[in-house]
Design a protein. Structure first.
Length: 117
């Protein structure tokens, strides 16, 4: 099993920056992605950003010029550095680890980010 614990979500103002963290523990994988999704009430969970175990990262178009995903492999932690936040970034942000061999997803409990205008 994998346990994911997010932190860092809070209320900020438009234009502010914020960093989310997600600590992973438990099972490890040789091929995986670690990243972030977000969800607002009544909407489906949407992809935000992810980093690949073999290198590289990918972003949704809505955040790619403002957010940076990174990882500290020694601490099994993934970060999401968010800049120039907008009210439409308001959502619950979920940490995700995908086992690329089994195509199985693990999820954290979510952390609320609220951006006021």
């Amino acid at each position: 099993q994998v346990q994911l614990v997010e932190s860092g979500g809070r209320l900020v103002r438009a234009g502010d920056s914020l960093r989310l963290s997600c600590a992973s523990s438990g099972r490890t994988f040789d091929r995986y992605t670690m990243g972030w999704f977000r969800q607002t009430p009544g909407s489906e969970r949407e992809f935000v950003a992810a980093i690949f175990s073999h290198g590289g990262s990918t972003y949704s178009d809505s955040v790619k010029d403002r957010f940076i995903v990174s990882a500290d492999n020694a601490k099994n932690t993934v970060f999401l550095q968010m800049a120039s936040l907008k009210p439409e970034d308001t959502a619950v942000y979920y940490c995700n680890v995908r086992d690329m061999r089994r195509m199985y997803d693990y999820w954290g409990q979510g952390t609320q980010v609220t951006v006021s205008s």
